[in-house]
Design a protein around this ligand. Structure first.
Ligand code: 5GP
Length: 190
């Protein structure tokens, strides 16, 4: 999606450790006009797939998931990062290793909000090693829901998550796919 690629080129900052900072329009301050275009594009890509629920993960997936949900006319459920490992059994849970914080935590979703009647589109801001997405897919499977696919704003295609998850048969659509990035040479898209 050219609009997003141009914005990443203009305002993205490449940090050590393969981290792209996009705080000025995606992860901290949010450009809602851009989110709206991304939501419209996700709807175009998954049009006619019967999506009736969007699943994301707190915190940075929530904004774009909510704007996208307006195009699908469906609710958003976000997986919470659990502070306790004593999880009640009215929750689905999965273990996720955080790319940006380098630690492991449990994500949880109430059984009340996801079930076999749902056709789920997962939305997230980044795809790197695929840990967050794998955890969310696991939760969809636990719920017995149908997984329509995943819509990702920025995929760092030089990291293994996207290829690994696509190889399991899951449809992953990324609006911007970064082939390489460095502070010296800038950002190159696929
Ligand atoms: P993964 O689980 O695929 O390794 O990483 C995805 C999650 O880590 C996303 O939900 C996102 O919050 C965070 N993340 C991964 N890479 C980056 C990055 O380069 N920049 C930012 N801002 N977040 C990232």
């Amino acid at each position: 999606m050219k609009l997003l690629e141009d914005r990443i080129r203009r305002d993205g900052i490449v940090r050590d450790g393969d981290v792209l900072k996009v705080d000025s329009f995606l992860n901290h301050q949010m450009d809602i006009a851009l989110f709206s275009e991304m939501g419209r594009e996700f709807e175009r890509l998954f049009h006619g797939c019967g999506v009736n629920k969007i699943l994301t993960i707190e915190a940075s997936g929530i904004g774009v998931a909510c704007v996208t949900a307006q195009y699908f006319g469906c609710p958003v459920v976000f997986a919470k990062k659990s502070k306790t490992s004593n999880l009640p059994d009215d929750l689905y849970s999965a273990r996720v290793r955080s790319f940006t914080h380098n630690r492991t935590f449990d994500i949880v979703v109430s059984r009340s909000f996801l079930g076999p009647e749902d056709r789920v589109l997962i939305i997230d801001d980044f795809l790197a090693n695929g840990e967050a997405l794998t955890g969310l897919i696991d939760i969809v499977r636990q719920a017995g829901a149908a997984l329509v696919g995943a819509g990702i704003c920025i995929e760092k295609a030089f990291q293994p998550g996207g290829d690994r998850i696509r190889s399991t048969g899951v449809r992953v659509e990324s609006l911007a796919r970064i082939r390489s990035m460095s502070a010296e040479n800038g950002i190159e898209f696929c």
